[in-house]
Design a protein around this ligand. Structure first.
Ligand code: AMP
Ligand code: ZN
Length: 479
């Protein structure tokens, strides 16, 4: 296997990836702002980071990955106040929706998925460190970062700040700032607003300090990788660097990875433009979760992803083709023996797949290697040139592919049910339930706990709960 190359926004170049601590990757991803359902543009970025983590894991690296849940911001405070509920309760429903969506998209859960409001103390402590170093000033009970004191400001986005004059309004903001570029670390509360009473006064954290504090709390001063959508490079990530490096004196992030946008009708998909689909919108139209994952993963992350009706149809038929191919490999009857050419093709496909991903996660090249294999093997099968023993190496290649892409398992129906898309016609009969329970008992006897758990989950998704009885049997009941 070759080395892993990743494009680093900080250096504007593609670099060999070597983690700071041997065998372990410390990675941070800016998570969703949980004031509403996330849209598929957001999920483009989250699927990208999932492909990245799965690929790094497939290379034997251990992930230490943090994702924050931004559960305090202006919209959240306002929406919760309008509904007369706490921001905790308001965001709980969208945090659950995010987790459910991520599950449906087969995105692994980061090792630390944390609410920002559980780390207020860490943010306060970081602001105190910056205050002690003279990097801040106070105005009207809020605390600002003084960008003029951080000479490296702009090194990530290479943005020309000379046009942003002191006093100019770069954002609608009710706070008094010494310089338009300065940003709030801590915001004093408006009357009636949710706030925390802390050592640095009453208020709430700014968005940027949240990520610096949470990343360094779990991962230390220097992270290997930080990911996010390209729109976050400036000012959010630039501000994260300014805060973290001024506080610690160490480099904050070694590799900055940014995903390009998902666009629709030539424009960035976004809440504010109103041109968005949530995952559930697409599922309601009859698309499968695996189709959406495949579509989001198939375009290399540094290329814009143009979302069209045609692209989603193509993704559906690609997944279908791959699943049919695997079924044919598993169930087909082939002449005994092996065909050296097929064994070689399988090895080449794995090499091509790996080489694509090694090259800054070029998923398009990786996929092409797999589809070439599918085409060649199908042709060989049609011609009777494919032999029984060739199935194993080809299935190995497909498994390698699925370790990263995770679309081969035919689990869309259960994923849809888990999101509440079950239809009455899919209700199981008592006989079907008994049969699954029996299969599960059998699996347990054979110590196949993975299958046993799958069946329990499948039944749970359909509202069937299992209980152990005293005599070692199983009783089931509908929820
Ligand atoms: P937010 O919840 O707005 O903080 O966004 C969550 C993540 O989605 C961030 O990494 C954004 O950069 C990313 N994002 C937002 N819109 C898009 C889009 N249209 N395409 C790709 N990523 C996006
Ligand atoms: Zn962030």
């Amino acid at each position: 296997m070759g080395e892993i190359l990743l494009h680093n926004t900080l250096t504007s170049s593609t670099e060999r990836f070597v983690p700071l601590h041997a065998g372990e990757v410390r990675m941070y991803t800016c998570g969703p702002t949980v004031y509403d359902y996330a849209h598929i543009g957001n999920y483009r970025t989250f699927v990208f980071q999932d492909i990245l983590r799965r690929f790094l894991k497939s290379r034997g690296l251990r992930m230490k990955h943090v994702m924050n849940l931004t559960d305090v911001d202006d919209r959240i405070i306002q929406n919760a106040a309008e509904k007369g509920i706490s921001i905790f309760d308001y965001t709980a429903q969208y945090i659950q929706a995010f987790k459910d969506d991520m599950n449906a998209l087969s995105c692994e859960t980061p090792e630390h998925l944390i609410r920002a409001t559980d780390c207020i103390e860490d943010m306060v402590a970081l602001i105190e460190r910056l205050e002690a170093k003279g990097m801040t000033y106070r105005s009207d009970g809020s605390i600002y970062y003084r960008i003029a004191k951080f000479p490296d400001y702009g090194k990530l986005s290479k943005i020309d700040l000379s046009g942003i004059q002191a006093g100019a309004r770069v954002e609608v903001d009710r706070y008094e700032k010494a310089d338009a570029r300065d940003f709030a670390l801590w915001k004093s509360p408006k009357p009636g607003e949710h706030f925390w009473e802390t050592r640095i006064g009453p208020g709430r954290p700014g968005w940027h300090i949240e990520c610096s504090a949470m990343a360094m709390k779990f991962l230390g001063d220097t992270l290997d990788i930080h990911t996010g959508g390209i729109d976050l490079a400036f000012p959010h990530h630039e501000n994260e660097i300014a805060q973290s490096e001024a506080a610690t004196g160490h480099p904050f992030v070694r590799y900055w990875l940014h995903a390009e946008h998902l666009i629709i009708d030539g424009e960035k998909m976004s809440k504010s433009l109103g041109n968005f689909y949530t995952l559930r919108d697409l599922l309601k139209k009859g698309h499968k979760p695996s189709t959406v994952r495949y579509l989001l993963a198939s375009v290399p992350y540094r290329r814009q992803l143009n979302f069209t009706a045609d692209s989603i149809q193509q993704a559906a038929s690609s997944v279908e083709r791959l699943r049919n191919f695997v079924a044919r490999l598993r169930e087909g009857k082939f002449p005994a023996g092996n065909n050296a050419a097929m064994q070689k093709r399988a090895k080449e496909a794995i090499a091509g797949f790996e080489a694509g991903l090694e090259d800054d996660l070029n998923t398009a090249v990786a996929l092409a290697a797999i589809f070439d294999l599918v085409r060649d093997v199908n042709t060989a099968m049609d011609r009777g040139e494919f032999r029984q023993q060739d199935a194993v190496p080809v299935l190995d290649a497909m498994n390698k592919f699925d370790e990263i892409f995770a679309v081969l398992e035919d689990n869309d129906a259960s994923k849809l049910r888990a999101l509440g898309f079950a239809s009455a016609s899919e209700e199981l009969t008592a006989e079907q339930i008994e049969a699954l329970v029996a299969e599960r008992q059998q699996a347990r006897k054979q110590r196949n706990f993975k299958r046993a758990d799958e069946i329990r989950q499948e039944l749970a998704d359909r509202g069937i709960l299992l209980e152990d009885t005293r005599d070692g049997g199983i009783r089931w009941k509908k929820k």
